[in-house]
Structures are given as C-alpha cells and as structure tokens.
Design a protein around this ligand. Structure first.
Ligand code: ADP
Ligand code: MG
Ligand code: MG
Length: 923
C-alpha cells in the first residue's frame, strides 16, 4: 500500500465527537486534495456546524484512476472499504441492512466549483431488502418506495448512462392510467410497481458490453449489493470529470484539466419526509447586487435538486422562519449564516436540508457573484471591519469588471416593457430570439446576436448560453441553473418570466396578457439589472466609473501608486483620437502609451498618402507631404490638448505601405471592365499605369517587409513631416500656456544603427521647430522592442533610447514565427485543444516572449539607467500578463481605454501578490 492518504473522513463519531481529518492547513490548500465540497464540509464540521458524516476520496486518486485507464490504484479500494466500515460504525447502521439501513449520497467535488457539471447519486444503499428496513424505520412505505425509485432512476442515469426520460415517461404513463396529476398523488403501491418497472428499464437499456459488472446470465440486472453500488457510483463520479460538459465548463473558466475531482460519500438526510422537512439553497448576501440580506429559495417536503431544477415554484428564504414547523431550524440557519460569514470573512453560498425539524448543512463555498455584487460586498466587508483594503481590492476579479464596463439599456430610451421576471444577472443584451442551444450556436456562428429563451436551462445548455448575448427563462428562481451560470459568465439574464408561454418545438412563445407571439429571429432586449423584457431593439450605453467601482479603483490606486509598498507600475492607454484619449483619461489612464499615427491616415487621407507613395515627380510629392503635415498637426493638437500635462507617445508610421494602396487584384478587375466597356483610352492608360506602380511595390511578405522604421529610412521626408507635425503642435500649445508632453517612438527597430540614425534626424527636426518658435522643446525619443533581435541587442539599442515600449503583438509574431493575421483561425484553436499551447500567446504573454522581454529590460537599463520601459501590446491589458509584467519590473502597461480600469485593479493585485498576499481568484 502506498504512503499517500486517499481517503479523509469528516463529521462526528458514534459518541458525538468530531473526527474530521483535514487535508491541508487551510481550506484553499485542502480543496486541491479533497475538492472544494469536501474541504468545506470538513471545515464546517470542524467549527461545529451540523454536517452529515462521511468521507472524501481524493482528487489525486481520480487522476491516478483516470490516467491508468480507469483502474483503481493498488490498495485504494481497501482504504475506501475501511472508511466505509468506519462510517457504518459511526452511524451504528449498515449499508443494505434489512432492519435499519444506512443510505449515502455519492457526490462529486472538484477543487473549483463547477455547479451542476458533474454527477451526484442520492439514496445509495437501497435494494429489495433494505427498502423494507427504511420503511420500518420511518413507518412510511410511500417514502421508502419513492426513495428507492429515485435511487434507481439516478443510478441508472448517472452511473449507467440510461436516458432519464425513459423513467419520467414511465411515471407519466402511470399517472395518466390512474388519472392523477401530481407525483405526490402516487401511492406506495404505485411506487412499488414503478420500482419493478424501473428495474426493467434498467435491464433493457444498460449496455451489457460497457457494464459487465452488472451482467448476470448475459442480462443487465440492477445491482442489489450496496458495496457494488457504491464502487460503481464512485467510478462514475471519477468518470464524470472527463464528460463533455465538464470539459467545456473548465475551458470556459480556465480551470486546468489535470486537477481531478474528489468523491464525497455522505450519510443521507431527507428533506422529503413531510411538512417538517425542507431543502434549500441560499447566499449570505445578494449575489446579484451585493445587498447585505439573506438570499435564496427553499421547498417544503422536497429532495436534492428539486430547488434548482425549477420543477416546483420555490419560496423565498425569508419566509422559512414564518412556517411554524420550520421556525426553529430556520432560526438556526440564520445564525449559521452569521457564523459562516465570520469564519470565512466572505459572502458564502450554502445548501441545506431540514429533516423533521433538524437542520443539516450539505455544502458551503465562497459565493459566486456578479461584478456589481463583488464590489459592494468587498467594500461593505471592509467597512464592517472584516477585511482590509488590500483584501477588498483582491476580492474583485479584474476580468469581471468588464461586466460593468459593458452596455446597459439607455436610461433615456423610450421603451415599452413586454414582460418582467427576476433580475438574475445584470447588464443588458439585444438579440434575436432562439429557442434551443443548438440554434444559439448556429446564430452566433453567423454573427447574429441572439437571446436564448428557455423554459429553464440545464447543464447541456452551456454551449448555447456561451453563444447567446443573454438568457431569458420562464421558470426558476434566482438560484436556478440559468441564473447561477449566467452570473458566473457575466451574461445578462432574466429568469422566471411567468408570462412567457414557451413552445420550444414550435419555436414560439406567447406572452400572456398581450397578443404578442415571439418567433425565432424576432428581436428582443433584456435587462438583467431590472428584470425587464422589451420587444425590439433598445439602444445600449456604457456606464461611467462611479460609486463602488470608483471606490475600489481608488483603493487600488492607493496601493499601486504608493512607493513604500513596492514598485509602482503605471497604467496608460492606447488611443489614436481625442475621443479615446478623453475616455482613457476618464478611466484613469496616466498617459497615452501608444498613439498609432497610421490610424490618422484612413478615410479621405488615404488618397493623400497614396499620391505621395506613388508620386513620380517631386512636385506631387511635396504637395502631398504638405497636406499630410497640416492634417497630422491638427490631430496632434487635439490629442495633446486632451491629454494636457500627460505623456503621449506618438509612434511614427508603421504599417506596410500596401495597406495604403488599392488592392491590385481589384484594380485589375476594374481595368478589365473598363476595357470591355470600351472606356476612353486615356482613362485605361492611367489605370494601367497605376496598376504597374502598385504591382512594383507588392511584397511577398509585407509583415516582414518595408514597414516600421524601414519606411522612415527609405522615405526620410515622411519622418521629417511627422516630426514637424508633432513638434509644431507641441510648440503651439505651449505658446498657449498648455503643457503638452509628446514623445516620439520609432517602430520595428532591429539594429542600433537604425535608431541612432533616426534619433539624430528626429532631434534635428525638433530643434528646427523649437528654433522657429523660439522656445525650448524637450521631446524624448524611444523605440518599440518588437523584434527578437532588438530584444537581444537592447544593450546597444538602449544607448539611443529614452524609452522602450514592448510591442508584444509583433514580438510574439516574430518570436514564434506565427503570422498573427492568419494563425488565429488556422491552427491556434487546434493547438489549444491539443494542449500544444496552454493559452493563446497573442492574448496572454508567452514564457518564451517574456524571456526576451527580461533580456531587453536588463540590456536597456544597463545602457541607459534612466530608461522608461513599458508595454503597449494586447497583453498590456490582460490580467495574467500584467502580473508577469509587474514581476518583471516594467514601469507601466498600456492598453485599450476600456481595459484601463481592469489594468489599474490588476496592477494593485500584482503588487499585493508580490508582497506575499496570495490572490484568491474566485473561479
Ligand atoms: P452539485 O455539486 O451539483 O451541487 P451536490 O453533490 O451538491 O451536487 O448534490 C446535489 C444535491 O443533492 C444537493 O444540493 C443536496 O440537495 C442533495 N444531496 C447531496 N448529498 C446529500 C445528502 N447526503 N443528504 C441529502 N441530500 C443530499
Ligand atoms: Mg451542490
Ligand atoms: Mg508592431
């Protein structure tokens, strides 16, 4: 037997002493061993909360089992058997016993919660003998047979893969035959008959080749041996780690595939033993908006998943204590809410069951929440003295902030509400109605934004929920599947819209109280913040940085900008026009890290630059340059004014020239048309000449061709023009009393000589303008580091640079030799699927590229100790990359305006992490 422990027990022994074995020093540590559910069950047991006893089999066992091709590692089955015997002793009951049987649930539980993604089997241990023991103990035959038929149904579905509908259909036909409406109208005798029928369904539908363990005389037989039931269920939970929807969920949530899941075997408690029993789910605060109130739903006389499945209409948790039979248990639950918040110092989500007036805690975890709620809870908890400002800043997931920077319904829009439901996940969405997840995926593939409209969603709907802009359901409460998943994804969701009568097969939904019938393709708008549903499309607006978001960002800046707490990393924005510059300022950018001048050459200005490039006489060239100078100077005047007092790094012209020219293929087609039409000879000759000149400039690999600083060297007059535009815009603003701070950046340098030469030319140009205006102009000159050679030669290049800016898009492209314009659709998705790449290197900084960055940082700082080094590529706004940049010692990151708040928060978190405060990112 190996030394590693595979099984940990939790809960009390026969004499009421807690015998919980913890699997780590903290819950966070333990969850990697016994999963989140197991770790928190153990934690609750340890702090004295009522937890049904049980044991957890570790995630590591799952990984070993899976990688051995679904074979149990040596000795583990014995260890589990001991734990099972121990549990039987602790309970004074035995699995399968004829007098008083022990029943257990077999529950999955990964290190990160994956709600509803994997499977659970309840009531395990029942067979034809023990069912009579259960009946004898409870004196309730109906309950006994109902538990048994539920077990057969769940076991067959979860463990044996038999379609659940077969069982549901059998129930429905029995009800029809008897002329009754509800499951509760079925008698003990009816249910006993169903048990026999269910076993028959099992026999007919279990694949005998796949499940030889249950084959007797060539026929599948429902296993009566509880130990076999247990082992098969454990294997099924381990197997469910690799089922399709679990894999998709992990991909969606960036959870690694190699963590495995634990199996928790736990004594059953029953919420379906009549009116003194109940089951429910709850949050200690409002997960949608963060209000400090208890939030959740419960059902009287119900078991397990009934609450989330939206089968019966649930009651709000606040009403629990109003039911006399449940008042005492309700009071205890409300007390436990406080105990949990005090202990975990966070908003918790729980599952509970009341069995004949006795409260049992079945699960707790840190509650998933919307960005709005995350902000409010973090700030409130700081103010309540539960957590520090640092912790509050760490509690907000930067990626989630994106939700708040996402569209809301325009408050000034004139709109008519079609129906209302529960405001389950905030934000607004507009799209065409679809009634199935497959259709949502199809619409998304055609770039048609859609709203997924369902009765209620289930785990198979995940792909559709990902594809849709928003989710709308007619059933289910705020803790229904749709609500929980939508909040996790940050997708707007309105649920429980009772007026909606959906017929998914016909692909239509009637709205009661109106004569509206929604069909597939009809456009609707939903508002998950208020629960409104609107016919047609409503304008969406971006919200501003106010309230809680502003507070958290202020706290983040306090930490980020305080030099006594570690290195200060700045946040700038990439912006090319005054509107974007203003927006980045509003979002807190400390400057512009990248102003791309080629974006100023679009539209009608394309003609001007074209005539420059293609000019065959000096006169034409000069005229074109003159026009460009005026246009550029105008742009810079407004840019520098919007960013008054703040750095604006202007990059000289960068893209391959062909981007400014007409496409030669289109031109050839046009020429053919002109000839066909018999157009004027002169016109044809002119076009042909144009085509000849464009052809002569065509490059086989433009990305590796005449671009970046090479352009400015081949066409020095372009460089002169741009420098003059920048410097004279600055000079004019200065003479108006403003404080413009432009810097000039040379792109795509690969050798120090290129930069040395251009630097001299630029400084000379600036000096000429300064002389002309009779003032001093101090405009720093620096370069992009975006080619591997430049990174390796940074100690040479740094001699001529006041600053470096890492252009990680090109640097990634040239380090990998991946064309970023092609590979993202060609093979990167496959590389990610096959795990050749862990992440897309164009989104998250790659380790290899980072090595070059570190070499360049060191080289640049050796050559010029005062050099300022930043990042302006896409990865500058990516949270994972920002952590790396902080650790690298980069001076600032620059990203798109909308990511500036995300970068400010992440930079503060990176600093806290570097100071030893572990970031707990809620997955
Ligand atoms: P999930 O991870 O999908 O939430 P769970 O393991 O929590 O799955 O099981 C689903 C539900 O089954 C629980 O919410 C609870 O209502 C019920 N359940 C699980 N174990 C027990 C138990 N030992 N006694 C009573 N109900 C249980
Ligand atoms: Mg659960
Ligand atoms: Mg570049």
């Amino acid at each position: 037997m190996s030394e590693t422990k595979h099984v940990y027990r939790f809960g009390k022994d026969a004499s009421g002493n807690d015998v919980t074995e913890v699997a780590g020093n903290t819950v966070d540590e333990a969850k990697y061993v016994v999963g989140g559910k197991g770790a928190n069950l153990a934690e609750m047991a340890k702090i004295g909360l009522p937890v049904p006893p049980g044991f957890s089999i570790t995630c590591q066992t799952c990984v070993a089992y899976s990688s051995a091709g679904n074979v149990w590692p040596e000795g583990v089955l014995d260890e589990i058997d001991e734990a099972r015997k121990d549990l039987e002793e602790r309970m004074g009951k035995k699995l399968g016993d004829a007098e008083d049987p022990l029943l257990v649930s077999v529950r999955s539980g990964a290190p990160f919660s994956m709600p509803g993604m994997m499977d659970t089997v309840l009531n395990l241990g029942l067979n034809d003998v023990s069912v009579h023991g259960l009946i004898a103990q409870t004196e309730n035959p109906r309950f006994g047979w109902d538990s048994y038929r539920r077990f057969i149904q769940m076991f067959s579905n979860v463990v044996m893969g038999v379609d659940s509908d077969l069982f549901e259909n059998a129930i429905t036909s029995l009800k029809l035959k008897k002329g009754v409406k509800n499951d509760t109208d079925l008698t003990a005798e009816d249910l006993e008959k169903l048990v026999a029928e269910f076993k028959d369904i099992f026999a007919k539908n279990v694949d005998v080749k796949e499940h030889p363990e249950v084959v007797v005389d060539g026929r599948a037989v429902f296993p009566s041996d509880p130990y076999l039931q247990l082992r098969l269920a454990e294997q099924a939970v381990f197997g469910s780690w690799m089922n399709e929807r679990a894999i998709l969920y992990r991909k969606q949530n960036k959870i690694p595939d190699d963590l495995g899941t634990a199996v928790n075997v736990q004594v059953m408690v029953f919420g379906n033993k009549g009116d003194t029993s109940a089951t429910g789910v709850a949050f200690t605060r409002n997960p949608a908006d963060g209000t400090n109130e208890r939030y959740g739903d419960f059902l009287v006389n119900a078991q397990g998943e009934d609450v989330v499945a939206g089968i019966r209409n649930t009651e709000p948790i606040a009403d629990l204590r109003k039911i006399p039979a449940l008042e005492e248990a309700g009071n205890e639950l409300y007390h436990i809410f406080e105990v949990l918040e005090d202990h975990y110092r966070d908003m918790m989500d729980i599952e509970f069951t009341i069995e004949q007036g006795k409260l049992w805690m079945l699960q707790t975890r840190v509650g998933k929440r919307t960005a709005l709620s995350a902000l409010k809870v973090a700030i409130d908890m700081e103010r309540e003295g539960r957590i520090s400002k640092e912790e509050a800043v760490q509690r907000v997931n930067p990626e989630q902030l994106d939700q708040l920077l996402h569209p809301q319904l325009d408050p000034n829009a004139d709109l008519e509400v079609l129906a209302t439901g529960l405001n389950a996940s905030p934000g607004a969405a507009v799209g065409e109605v679809v009634f199935s997840s497959d259709d949502a995926v199809k619409f998304a593939e055609d770039n048609r934004p859609c709203i997924l409209v369902r009765w209620e969603t289930n785990p198979d709907d995940l792909k559709g929920m990902v594809a849709a802009e928003g989710i709308l359901t007619s059933h289910g409460g705020k803790t229904s599947h749709a609500a929980v998943i939508a909040r996790g994804m940050g997708a707007p969701c309105v649920c429980g819209v009772e007026a909606l009568k959906i017929d998914a097969t016909k692909k239509e939904a009637r709205v009661s109280g109106t004569d509206v019938v929604l069909h597939e393709g009809d456009v609707i708008s939903i508002d998950g913040t208020t629960g409104r549903v609107i016919l047609g499309s409503v304008a969406l607006v971006r919200p501003e940085l106010t309230g809680d978001l502003e507070t958290i960002l202020e706290w983040a800046d306090e930490i980020r900008l305080d030099p006594s707490r570690g290195a200060v990393m700045g946040v700038r924005a990439n912006a090319d026009n005054p509107a974007d510059a203003q927006l980045s300022r509003d979002f807190g950018a400390e400057g512009i890290g990248l102003c791309r001048t080629e974006h100023m050459f679009l539209g009608e200005r394309k003609q001007i630059i074209q005539s420059f490039i293609l000019a065959e006489s000096d006169g034409i060239k000069e005229r074109a340059l003159g026009k460009l100078l005026d246009a550029q100077k105008g742009d810079f005047l407004s840019m520098f004014e919007a960013m008054d007092g703040k750095t604006v790094i202007v990059r000289l012209l960068d893209p391959p020239l062909h981007e400014f020219l007409d496409n030669p293929r289109d031109l050839a087609v046009e020429l053919a048309h002109l000839e066909d039409k018999g157009a004027a000879k002169s016109e044809i000759a002119e076009k042909r000449d144009l085509l000849r000149r464009i052809d002569s400039m065509t490059e086989a690999n433009p990305m590796l061709g005449l671009r970046g600083c090479r352009l400015g060297i081949v066409y020095p007059e372009l460089t002169d023009m741009q420098v003059r535009a920048i410097a004279s815009a600055a000079a004019e603003l200065k003479s108006r009393g403003l404080d413009p701070k432009p810097e000039i950046m040379v792109p795509l340098v690969s050798t120090a000589n290129e930069l040395a030469m251009l630097r001299e030319q630029i400084l000379k140009g600036v000096q000429e303008v300064a002389d002309k205006y009779g003032m001093e102009l101090n405009i720093p000159v620096g370069t992009m580091i975006e080619l591997p050679r430049a990174a390796l030669e940074a100690d040479e290049i740094g001699q001529y640079a006041d600053f470096f800016s890492f252009g990680t898009n090109d640097l990634t492209q040239t380090t990998f030799g991946f064309s970023r314009d092609d590979v993202e659709s060609a093979f990167i998705p496959m590389y990610l699927r096959k795990k050749i790449l862990a992440t897309n290197p164009f989104e998250t900084l790659d380790d290899g590229v980072n090595k070059l960055i570190k070499i360049a940082l060191q080289g640049g700082r050796t050559a010029n100790p005062k050099i300022v080094c930043g990042v302006c590529g896409e990865t500058g706004g990516d949270p994972d990359s920002i952590h790396t940049y902080y650790d690298d010692g980069v001076d600032y990151v620059s990203c798109s305006p909308y990511r500036v708040p995300i970068a400010r928060l992440t930079a503060a978190q990176a600093k806290i992490a570097a100071n030893g405060g572990a970031i707990s990112r809620d997955k």
